[in-house]
Design a protein around this ligand. Structure first.
Ligand SMILES: C[S@@+](CC[C@H](N)C(=O)[O-])C[C@H]1O[C@@H](n2cnc3c(N)ncnc32)[C@H](O)[C@@H]1O
Length: 243
């Protein structure tokens, strides 16, 4: 029959095979993300207003897309209980990674920064829906990554596809003294600019190459360099804000 022939032909094609493999994974991902959001009463999905997109492109940035729970679970597994005092999401959007870090108790405190005031507004709206004991451990700040200085304590610094190499390089350079001093970790999802880290003497301590997912640490024996521009000298600093 013609329909059977066409179906068989389609199934043999590469496109059909790709869909047959990727569709169940996509559906599982969507359902995992939705369950997490429902559980906390938050909305961090991408799309909708698409706010922050134009601004991000102009600044060598990527538009907002929430990280999948699959990646966040992978991060949790690869961290193997390795804790730091504060979790910082650079380019946090509506805050999904921050809410995960707090809910799963990856760190005692959580900070999300984004240069889009509208996305931070959405993140704060989500925060208001959380139970008070969880909400009080999370804060959101409007800041450009190039201006932001990490808090003066050991941190897990999270990047999910936030911006291009110019902004990434500027952020790392401005916070290099922090990484040297505190042994903070970088979680890098979709680690396309990993060479910037290698150039600055960071080393991957764990990798999941199939998903382009890596964890990095500063690994030089050279003396600590502090040009005074970082918050590392100020034990009370919690990072800069432009809004
Ligand atoms: C792919 S989204 C990641 C969202 C979030 N980290 C997550 O995992 O769900 C990238 C985010 O980086 C932000 N961004 C882009 N350039 C930035 C910059 N120069 N400074 C701060 N945030 C920036 C965008 O506004 C966007 O929300």
């Amino acid at each position: 029959m013609a329909i059977e022939r066409i179906t068989r032909k389609l199934m043999r094609s590469r496109v059909a095979r790709w869909w047959a493999i990727s569709l169940p994974i996509r559906l599982a991902r969507i359902s995992l993300d939705a369950r997490f959001e429902r559980g906390l009463g938050i909305t961090t999905t991408s799309g909708g207003s698409g706010r922050g997109a134009g601004n991000s492109r102009a600044l060598d940035g990527c538009s907002y897309q929430a990280v999948s729970l699959l990646y966040l679970r992978l991060m949790q597994r690869l961290l193997r209980g390795d804790r730091r005092e504060v979790f910082v999401d650079i380019g946090c959007g509506k805050g999904r990674a921050c809410f995960f870090a707090a809910a799963e108790d990856l760190c005692a405190n959580v900070v999300g920064i984004d240069h889009s005031a509208e996305l931070i507004e959405d993140a704060k709206r989500n925060l208001a829906n959380l139970p008070a004991d969880l909400a009080k451990r999370i804060s959101f700040v409007v800041s450009d990554a190039r201006e932001y200085r990490l808090p003066a304590r050991p941190a897990i610094v999270f990047f999910f596809n936030p911006f291009g190499s110019d902004v990434m390089g500027a952020f790392i350079d401005a916070n290099l003294a922090h990484f040297q001093r505190y042994g903070s970790l970088i979680i890098y999802v979709n680690d396309v600019h990993y060479h910037l880290l290698i150039d600055r003497k960071f080393r991957p301590i764990r990798e999941f190459a199939a998903r382009r997912f890596s964890i990095w640490r500063y690994a030089s024996n050279e003396p600590v360099f502090d040009d005074g521009s970082s918050s590392v000298g100020n034990p009370n600093a919690t990072g800069n804000s432009t809004g």
